[in-house]
Design a protein around this ligand. Sequence first.
Ligand code: SF4
Length: 467
Amino acid sequence: MDFRDGVRRALADQRLQDAYGKATGRFQRGRLKAFEEFPEGEALRDLARRIKAATIGELDRYLLKLSESGGPHRGGGWGAADAAEARRIVLELAARYGARRVVKSKSMTTEEIDLNEALEDAGIDTVETDLGEYIIQLAGETPSHIIAPAIHKTRDEVADLFVEKLGSPRLDRHEDLTHEARRHLREAFRRADLGITGVNFAVAETGTVAVVENEGNARFVSTLPRVHVAVMGMEKVVPDLASLAVFLKILARSATGQKASSYVSLISGPRRDGEEDGPEAFHLVVLDNGRSRMLADPELREALYCIRCGACLNACPVYRHAGGHSYGWVYSGPIGSVLAPSLADHASAAELPFASSLCGACREVCPVRIDLPRLLLAQRRQVVEAPVSERRRRPAKRGERLLVRAFAWVAASELRYRWASRLGYWLARPMARGGWWRPPFFGGWTRRRDLPAPAKKTFRQRWTEKD
Ligand code: SF4
């Protein structure tokens, strides 16, 4: 979907606006409270950033260590250069084990590679087992938030969906809907021969993968079927268990405001002799899919620090109004807009870095302090400077180009800048706080928000008077 069309549609849908406003507001308040009650949180964010910077700086070494550290009990490790290769590997594994029924836990990496479609096309029955993912799978939609895929759905819509797709009676309470989903999912777990999970972190030192969740479904997915396949982006590696502990402390607080996630599964391989639980075989698929390009680019490398907590989405005024589906691919919000031109291959990808006011709210909340505004600017510059043959973004409109040139001309001279500030002041006064006047090109800007009254004196005047 074209981003602008998606935004227009989302803005016209008051129900959607309410759903996003409510859910992101709840997440934001939860995050704020969690860090207020956690004095060491800020220092841990600094430490987490240092760990990420060091690990991403030597990613090849840590990936090699990860591949060597599992020991003989570990199943296969697979490197996938792109989405097509990752799909092929998973399909080959399914064929090798004769798997006809797959259960999955929530994994944005498998969404990134369109794994469900590939499995279904191969005739493999595939069931998402995270409640939000299950809902959107039934609805035939894609996730609209990194950690809350069905954030855009109301309880009534879910109730209607269950009536239509599951043949359930009309259920009105959250508990009843959850119970109904659980009833169907238990059956899917029981019948599945292959389970697929994502990976939140992979510990290089021990070869352990950590899967973080709140529902317990990933634990079923990784233990009940005969085979477990975990799919991870190559940036998910952390050096050791001590580093893992740092990330676990800030991930849940940033994502949902919880002190800790309900379930953290540490998986180091299949069931060993004498053990009762676990799969017979375990395979780890490590996905590149454009990440090496970002790694090689000193301007963009920082984007690989992301631990997919979703906090930047909740803080972003653009995401909160545009909604996840407007972005047209799996990762939305500020981090999605940074990743899109490098990882995504769809028409809107190059537009997305421009979908930001650069207010900096995302940088404030990011647990690993990723400088998202700087990354968005870097992506914008790279998109604009790309050779014409490679450009996927439509060129700026004539009016937009003229406006930027006019600003550059004004800003290049102190005198012109000073006079323009005064002029802006006199133009903005009648517009402010629902005033009567709208300049011809800025009507859209004030249609949905107030323009605050300008200060009586410009910054430059106050600065001069200060002396
Ligand atoms: S960029 Fe930061 S805030 Fe956004 S999802 Fe990644 S880790 Fe979370």
